[in-house]
Every structure is written in C-alpha cells, then in structure tokens.
Design a protein around this ligand. Structure first.
Ligand SMILES: [Mg+2]
Ligand SMILES: [Zn+2]
Length: 237
C-alpha cells in the first residue's frame, strides 16, 4: 500500500505566525520602507526568495542567544503535535519544508517533543550580532527559491510516497505544482484556484488530521483493489 507523506510549510502553517518575517522585522533597526519594499519586489517576481532572504539579513542585528529567546515567544498550531503523532503511528511520514530558518523551527519542534519530524529549511549562521543565511538545498532549486519545495516533493515521490502538501503562501507554489494532493489556505488557496489547480481548504491541523484519515482510507481501498480483492460499494452518507 502506498504510504503518505505530509509535507508541511512552517511559517503561517505549522506555526500560525510567520516567525521568519517577525524575526526580520524585530531585529532590523530603523527599517523605514526598506523591508516592505524588498517584500513588494519579491511578490512582484522581481527576484526570488533567496535574494530576498540575503537582502533582509544584511540589515539584521541579533545574536544567537537573543534569537533563541525570541523563538521561545511563539507557539505552534496546538493541533499539529497530535496530528503528527497519529500520522507517524499509522506509518505515514510528516516533514517540515521551509524557506525560513532552522533555529526557530528546531526550537519549537523540540519543545513539542517532535524532533522525530524531519525539517528542511535554510540555515542562519550567527556571527556576533550579524546573521548570514545559508541555503543547503539551493543546488536543486528552481533558481528562485532558496529551498525549493518542488525538489523535496520529487524526492519523496521517487521514494514511492504519495505526497500531500500543506501550505499557505507564495513559497509553497513549486511544491503545489508537483504534489499529489494540496491542502491550502490564504494566498496559496487563492493561487491554486486562479491556476485551476485542485486544492482542499484547511483552517488548522485539526482539519488536516480529518483529511489525512480520508486519504488513508482511500489508500487502503486502493490497496485492496490493487491486491485483486473486490472493493465494497462506496457508501455515501
Ligand atoms: Mg507559509
Ligand atoms: Zn522553487
């Protein structure tokens, strides 16, 4: 039977708040119009997320300890941990894909006791009060993303998984183009609709958990069909 992998965006999805954006805003002294202008240029497609991150980090002033204390002030979607544990117990995989930074993703997953959930993100190196972003997955990028989620979807598919993307924003598009199932909210949902791409709306990970059960049942049914058993008639409520 085909196993499922839930590929979850972090900022705005696993974490209801965009922590990466809050971090940049909080630790850029006198941002003026600089940050909104960079974001506008990224959204308009003038440059990719890697360039955006590099430009934003140049003006950040923050040490590692201060960044850690900042991360401590955030909370994950309270439905995420129960969702992830149940999915892992079923034999499915859960993975975080992020264009944000490892320091807060790791801290928050660790606090929930979820370090068994792998995460793939950009890395932030602290040098005194300066920060330098690194992009360990960029070699396989589409050229615009720092950490192209489309490449991760292809990896999991090539390993035989049925891929389920859970996301909310612009940096989820490369994955949404390639995933088998897309669960979306906010601007990602709008984009999928405008592109005519199938996507199911979710609000919190309580919804994701409910959809996961449906997908699991569907996979089990498909498995019985593949194995030559006669499928039961589909019961409709
Ligand atoms: Mg997001
Ligand atoms: Zn990409």
């Amino acid at each position: 039977m085909m196993r499922l992998v839930f590929l979850c965006d972090f900022d705005g999805t696993v974490s209801p708040t965009d922590i990466g954006k809050c971090f940049i805003e909080r630790f850029t002294p006198a941002p003026g119009t600089h940050l909104p202008e960079l974001e506008r240029r990224w959204r308009s497609g003038e440059f990719g997320h890697r360039e955006l991150t590099k430009a934003e980090c140049e003006s950040v002033r923050c040490g590692a300890a201060e960044a850690g204390a900042f991360a401590d002030g955030f909370r994950l979607d309270p439905h995420f941990a129960p969702f992830a544990r149940t999915a892992l117990e079923r034999g499915d995989e859960v993975c975080v894909l992020s264009e944000g930074f490892d320091f807060y993703i790791r801290a928050l997953l660790e606090r929930e006791g979820l370090l068994s959930v792998p995460y793939f993100s950009n890395h932030l190196r602290f040098e005194g009060d300066r920060v330098v972003p690194e992009f360990p997955y960029h070699a396989r990028s589409c050229g615009r993303c720092g950490n192209c989620k489309g490449a991760h979807v292809r990896d999991w598919r090539s390993r035989g998984y049925r891929t389920v993307l859970v996301g909310d924003g612009l940096s989820d598009r490369c994955a949404a183009r390639e995933a088998d199932v897309v669960l979306a909210r906010d601007s990602l949902l709008e984009w999928c609709r405008s592109e005519g791409r199938a996507a199911r709306e979710f609000g919190t990970f309580a919804d994701v958990a409910a959809i996961a059960l449906e997908l699991e049942r569907g996979a089990a049914e498909a498995g019985r069909i593949e194995n030559g058993a006669v499928p039961r008639a589909i019961e409709r409520p």
